[in-house]
Each structure stands twice: as C-alpha cells, then as structure tokens.
Write a new protein. Structure first.
Length: 139
C-alpha cells in the first residue's frame, strides 16, 4: 500500500469564509498516483473546517447566517473561553458543528463523489495562515 501527504495553506482575509478546494484535492490525488483507496482531508486548526456539500452560493450564505445564529461572534464577553483574551470562542463552536474532516473513496483514480458533492474549507476565525492536510492511502 502507498501513502501520500500534502498540505494546503489558506489565509482568508475576513473572519469567516468558504472556499471550494475540490480542484486542489483532485490535483493532489493525481500527484499521488493512487488509483484505489481512501483520501482524508482535514483542517489542521481548531477554528476551521473541511466539509462536503453543494457549491451553491445561496447555501453558503445560509450556512454563514445559520452558524452565526447558533454561535454568534458577539458579544465576545458571552463566552468563558474569551476570558483568556481570545475573541474566537464562537469559531471553535462553528468548527464543531461543521466538522474537522472528510474521507472520500478513491475509485479508478477519481474522487468517488455523489451528485453535486464538492469539498470545502470553512474558516471561522480568519486573517492568518492555516493549513489543510490531505492524506491518501491505497494502491
């Protein structure tokens, strides 16, 4: 069995945002030469997420509004975590809801997606560099 590892780096200029990273993940799969196996893609930071869904701007807008309703950024004094001098407790909670990682089957050298599925990086406390790990195992 072979394995392949690559990191992607992101620096979102705003506090929150979503980026479709499917093409970068597919390119990494091609680089690996692996045709059958599993691909793990995960955010390597506790205030960011990787998830699979549809690439539709209305849905992304709805995610942003929904996440802000269930874990609002302000008032920052409303979170005990922020007593440490941080202001990102909400980002930790948003990440928990959206998830840390995805695992996708690799079949015939392709990501074995369902209809409309794409991979996204979700940022909830941006304005600094963060990374995503891609790890592929198989033959």
């Amino acid at each position: 069995m072979k394995s392949y590892r690559k990191e992607l780096w992101f620096n979102i200029p705003s506090r929150r945002g979503f980026i479709n990273i499917t093409r970068q993940v597919e390119e990494t799969l091609r680089e690996s030469g692996i045709k059958e196996g599993l691909l793990l893609c995960n955010a390597m930071h506790i205030t960011a997420s990787v998830f699979i869904n549809d690439d539709e701007s209305g849905l992304h807008h709805d995610y942003d509004k929904w996440l802000e309703r269930i874990a609002p950024h302000e008032p920052v004094s409303g979170y005990r975590h922020n007593d440490t001098g941080e202001d990102n407790a909400d980002a930790h909670m948003k990440r928990q809801v959206m998830g840390r990682e995805v695992v996708v089957a690799v079949t015939n050298g392709q990501l074995d997606f369902g209809t409309w599925e794409q991979i996204f990086y979700g940022e909830f406390d941006g304005r600094r560099r963060k990374r995503v790990l891609i790890k592929i195992i198989g033959e």
